[in-house]
Each structure stands twice: as C-alpha cells, then as structure tokens.
Design a binder for this molecule. Sequence first.
Ligand SMILES: [Zn+2]
Length: 295
Amino acid sequence: MQHDRARATLTPENDGVIAPALPAETNGLPNPGETHRISSRLFVRTGRWAAGWLRAGLRGAIGIVYPPSCIACQAATGEAQALCPACWGAIGFIERPYCERLGTPFSVDLGDGLISPAAMADPPVFARARAVCRFDGTARELVHRLKYGDRTDLALTMGRMMAQAGRELLPDAGLIVPVPLHRARLWTRRFNQAAALAQVVARQSGVALAPLALARIKRTRQQVGLTRAQRADNLQGAFKVPPSARPQIEGRRILLVDDVLTTGSTANAAARALLRAGASAVDVLTFARVVTDGS
Ligand SMILES: [Zn+2]
C-alpha cells in the first residue's frame, strides 16, 4: 500500500519526463545499422537496455525484492528510475527566457530570440547549447554518480530528460556525437558517460548516433581549477574526426552530447574539430550546465 501511495504522488510531476511508459524504449525508432554496430562495441554494458521491455515485464516481480528507490538519494519511490519529490524539487530546471546561443537563463524576460552579452562578447564555436538544468543540487549528485558510479540506469533517466530539453535542437540534427574520452581514460574508467547519454537521446529521438565520429587524440589535464584561457590551451588539438568518419560528418548538422557544460571550452574544441571536418553546424546538448550570475 505504501508503494501505491508513493506512486500516486509522483506521477503527475513526472509524467512524460522522468518515467515515460516503458514501451517507448522499444518503439521501433531506427538505430541505423552501421552506427549501431559501432556503438555496440562501446556499449557492451549499456546495450542491455535493449532488453528494457523484458525488464519491464520482470519489474513487478523484482520490485517485491528490491523496492524502487530514488536515483539520487535512494529514498523509497513509487516508480523505478525516478527521483523522489525532494530531489526533483532540488533540480534547477533551465527554461525560457534564456540566451539563444549559450542557453544561459536570463533573470528578466525581455522577449524571445535574445543573445546574452557573454555570447556577443565571446561568441561560441557551437551554434546553440541547451541543458536540462543547472549544475547544482540534485544535478551535481546525478552527474557524479553517473560518471564515477558506472550507473547506466542513471543514463536512461538523464538521457530522457535531455531529449526533452533538446527538443528544439533534435529536429535539426543529422547526427548525434558524444564528447569522447581519451582511450587511456576510457580504459581506466571503462565508461564514457557522454556516450551513454548520447545513446539514450538517439533512441528517444530517432536521430542517428555516431559514437566514434569524434576522437580525443590528446590526453588533456583535468580542467578543474584552470582558467578559461588555460582550458582552451589545454584542449588545443585535443579532438579530431578520423578520416573514416568524415563522410558521416560532412554537410551535416551535428548534435554534440556531454554530461556537463562548464565554461564551454570542451564543447568549443569539439565543435571546432567537427566544423573542420565539414559539419554544417554544431549544437550542444548537456544534462547540466554551470550557471554563474551575469553569464
Ligand atoms: Zn531523492
């Protein structure tokens, strides 16, 4: 009975965003053969989502043994893959009005189509950036758990929220490309959180995914603690489109996917490499973004 009551309180808030009907995961969205073949190499673990429909059938039985819990704080919830009301309330969703280029929220609504002073003073290489929420509170916890906890189940929920936040970008996107990790880092961490999120966004939207179209060819220092100029310098020449991937990029508008947008240095460096390889434009979709006052 406890279970049912929790479900009743959660459903109206989460409807269609956090926990859409499970069959949506297998609603026949195309997953082009070639990219699927490549991605299956990267996603040995996450590929298990393909059995999501089977899991849905088993969910009731499993729920008796493992009651569903909040993906951020582990409190009991009514739905699997969901957030409890407290964690949901602690997400700073980014909604209009925001800068059309950077996606940073405006505190005052001055009308549609506005560009922030920051975007005018220092225009990004990418065309548009959008994010689900601010990088604080629950969002910070989710990003951290996804990155270091090897939690593919989190990617499912976060990726669905991203598909929603990117609904204006996705119809224009010809290809989804995740920000790659350097091979050495992928080896130690075994999991690229950006690729896991990109996989879900691709499935939700039906846009083709090319997880290997962009490579990180330089092992960069951790960006934390670096100034904006140092970050840009650190990322100089870090990304490259392999010659074999150029035909996929040429003439297409690319949607670049990452977990967090901080200063935009990584997104700019990756976008520059994609544009050099012939992309017509690059948009950026992240789960969270750092928002500083006045940006
Ligand atoms: Zn919670």
